[in-house]
Design a protein around this ligand. Structure first.
Ligand code: UT7
Length: 362
């Protein structure tokens, strides 16, 4: 049987930073509270659309794999923040890259999107239907936020990460089949109800989304859901938890990550954590963290890696993979977002003012 391996990796983290201290200038919150409850210190704010961030991450991943965009035959863009609903953000990404031979689709499994995409990309390659899959997780969650709500405004950030998945030559390495699902009982705990065809087009405060969010409920379900998913994925892969060299989890809350590794009886030293720098970038957290783990030398030839995520739906998923021999890029790319000299706070000033006006009665 053909196996599917990751041959390229890349990321795009927008340059504009929004710190916890910046948030405390307009919200009733503090750096102490945010760090203690979430592990986040700062996050990035994008002034471009999701497909622009996706393009930069993808160009790095393609160079890393030594693959020409023209040879990509499937683009999966995991996102809950498409530039437009029609066409898909993946279609725009295809055009930006010149990936003219590719089939394209957006995949919305919220924060679990990259894990779902990894499963779909693996299946496509193992079945022999596709030879070169570009899988990107890219999100601009800050676009949805109501900047008067401290419970959600402090959690999210923008960014993108990408991988190239191809048939592997090394029989030992590859992405194993994982465990995916959705906990619909908790569906109302995380919802943006007014974006889509269930929305009343003719009334309501336009220019503002309701971010329905029950943090405690999601937290409880995430701990159980991610833990169960990881246990199932390990069983299916036939790999014991203590054989895992590196856990690359969804970065929503450091306490959720700690609960996951406690359940697996693994030390925190085996976990890739970068939530302090980027916050929760939804489907982008795992590919960004994976890319940084390889850059930092934490992924070695043959490393066993576990991913696990949880998100709106409430989707859950976990995949196990064994890295190939190559941990260095074939080539590098100079791709970057256009320069932006404004801070995160400056970029958001209009959005913050708008949220405040809509929250003011009368
Ligand atoms: O990626 C998947 C989607 N998201 C998640 O997985 C997030 C899951 N949930 C969480 O990470 C946590 O539930 C939160 C970080 C959102 C909240 O942490 P918590 O420890 O569950 O806090 P809480 O909601 O129980 O609130 C505790 C207190 C409340 O005050 P009272 O009622 O005790 O007086 C909140 O009003 O903290 C208050 N609070 C804040 N205080 C300062 C809530 N947000 C803030 C804030 N700054 N930003």
């Amino acid at each position: 049987m053909t196996n599917a391996v990751i041959t390229g990796w890349g990321k795009c983290t927008p340059p504009s930073v929004l710190t916890n201290h910046d948030l405390a200038t307009f919200l009733d919150t503090s750096d102490e509270w945010i760090q203690a409850r979430t592990g986040i210190q700062e996050r990035r704010i994008s002034n471009v659309a999701v497909s622009d961030m996706a393009e930069v991450a993808a160009r790095h991943a393609l160079a890393c794999a030594g693959v020409d965009a023209a040879d990509v035959d499937l683009v999966i863009l995991a996102t809950a923040c498409p530039d437009t609903m029609v066409p898909s953000a993946a279609a725009r990404l295809q055009k930006l890259l010149g990936a003219h031979q590719a089939a394209v689709l957006d995949m919305n499994a919220a924060c679990t999107g990259f894990v779902y995409g990894l499963s779909a990309a693996r299946s496509a390659v193992v079945a022999g239907d596709h030879q070169t899959v570009l899988l990107v997780g890219a999100e601009k969650m800050t676009w949805y936020l109501d900047w008067t709500h401290r419970d959600t405004a402090v959690l999210f950030g923008d960014g993108a990460g990408a991988v190239v998945i191809q048939p592997g030559e090394d029989a030992e390495a590859g992405i194993f089949s994982g465990a995916l699902g959705c906990d619909y009982e908790g569906q109302d705990a995380l919802k943006i109800p007014d974006y889509g065809t269930s929305d009343d087009r003719y009334s309501g405060p336009k220019g503002k989304f309701t971010f329905q969010f029950d943090g405690r409920e999601i937290f409880k379900r995430a701990v159980v859901g991610m833990g169960n998913a990881a246990v199932r994925a390990l069983e299916k892969a036939g790999i014991a938890a203590d054989e895992i060299d590196l856990v690359v989890p969804h970065q929503a809350n450091i306490r959720i990550i700690e609960a996951l590794v406690n359940r697996l009886k693994l030390p925190m030293s085996k976990v890739m954590i970068n939530i302090q720098k980027y916050g929760n970038t939804s489907a982008a957290t795992i590919p960004i963290a994976l890319c940084e783990a390889v850059e930092e030398g934490r992924v070695r030839p043959g490393s066993n890696i576990l991913t696990a995520a949880f998100g709106a739906g409430l989707t859950w998923g976990s995949m196990v993979l064994r890295w190939t021999r190559r941990v260095r890029p074939v080539a590098t790319s100079q791709a970057a977002l256009p320069p932006c000299d404004r801070s995160g706070l400056e970029l958001l000033s209009e959005a913050i003012g708008h949220s405040r006006r809509l929250a003011t009665p009368g």
